[in-house]
Design a protein around this ligand. Structure first.
Ligand code: NDP
Length: 278
């Protein structure tokens, strides 16, 4: 067994972006819209800001009070869409229930949608066209490529069908010629599927859902889960036991997590290049 080192791979990507940004006349700008004061969102926005600063990207944090009218947020998105100095826009999720998440996301211009969540970018991904792709799935493919894992022709099983992770990842694997099975909470006999996986990706949000008996010998196991229990972080995979069978495995933390941020920075850099014809 060896670990796939997401920290190392992501730091290489961040260094490349930093080297690019050094040559730019104006700083790339990522606008992050936050609604309300969710504690986890505050932490995520801070860590994005830190990561942006480290590579020379300016993060413009726009925080709305929960009492703001939806139209004001829409107007702000439109203003950012039209601002030539803003190269990426994202809506920090989750947002309070009273707002229509889908509606707001779809106001983001597709060429600045660095989270790849607008319907246009999701549709393009399904049709294997050039587009922005959700950062975590993109980071997972990058981890596999950097670890020289062949994807074409492999049996891939994804546990989780969210818009953010499972579904876009399914398209990315299909576009890379894998045979893909996607499981979810209504799947019967999960083990029967996971045991056949050459590459198993778990994004369910259930601590240690995947145990040693559920994985194939020599498989590649990617753990997306982040489960906080008593102040400690656990993945969706029982790492200590599953690592005995896997040929490659991502630890939690230090696997997929750092890649998500790196791919976001990468998307902002791509958008900057597109907008400035670099
Ligand atoms: P969601 O809650 O949106 O989706 C979870 C998915 O897992 C759903 O499709 C659900 O099925 C499925 N699921 C839940 N329980 C089971 C089960 N017991 N067996 C099989 N399938 C199950 O979560 P996200 O996709 O947003 O995130 C998943 C995990 O990944 C979370 O722990 C999250 O914190 C983490 N995450 C980590 C990131 C990183 O950068 N490392 C980035 C994004 C997420 P159903 O559709 O039927 O409800």
């Amino acid at each position: 067994m060896s670990n796939i080192d997401g920290k190392l791979i992501s730091s290489k990507i961040r260094e490349e972006i930093k080297a690019d940004v050094k040559n730019y006349m104006i700083k790339p700008c990522l606008a992050v819209i936050q609604i309300g004061d969710d504690e986890a969102s505050n932490i995520y926005v801070n860590s994005k800001e830190k990561a942006c600063n480290e590579v020379g990207i300016y993060l413009k944090h726009i925080k709305f009070d929960e009492t703001t009218r939806e139209i004001e947020i829409i107007n702000k998105i439109i203003e950012l869409n039209n601002d030539e100095y803003v190269h990426g826009i994202l809506l920090q999720l989750p947002i309070p229930d009273k707002f229509n998440e889908e509606k707001l996301i779809n106001y983001i211009a597709r060429n600045k949608d660095v989270d790849g969540l607008t319907d246009i970018n999701v549709g393009k991904l399904i049709n294997n066209k050039k587009c922005f792709v959700s950062c975590t799935p993109q980071g997972i493919i990058k981890l596999l490529q950097e670890s020289n894992v062949e994807i074409s022709g492999k049996n891939v099983v994804i546990v989780g069908r969210s818009k953010l992770v499972g579904k876009p990842l399914m398209s990315l694997f299909l576009n890379n010629d894998a045979t893909v099975t996607i499981c979810h909470s209504k799947t019967k006999n999960l083990k029967e599927f996971t045991k056949n996986a050459d590459i198993l990706v778990v994004a369910a949000g259930c601590k240690h859902l995947i145990t040693e008996d559920m994985v194939k010998d020599g498989s590649v196991v990617i753990d997306v889960g982040i489960n906080r229990v008593d102040g400690k972080i656990y993945g969706d995979v029982d790492y200590e036991n599953v690592k005995k069978k896997a040929s490659l495995i991502t630890p939690v933390p230090g696997g997929v997590g750092p890649m998500t941020v790196a791919m976001l920075l990468n998307n902002v850099n791509i958008s900057y290049k597109n907008m400035t014809n670099k």
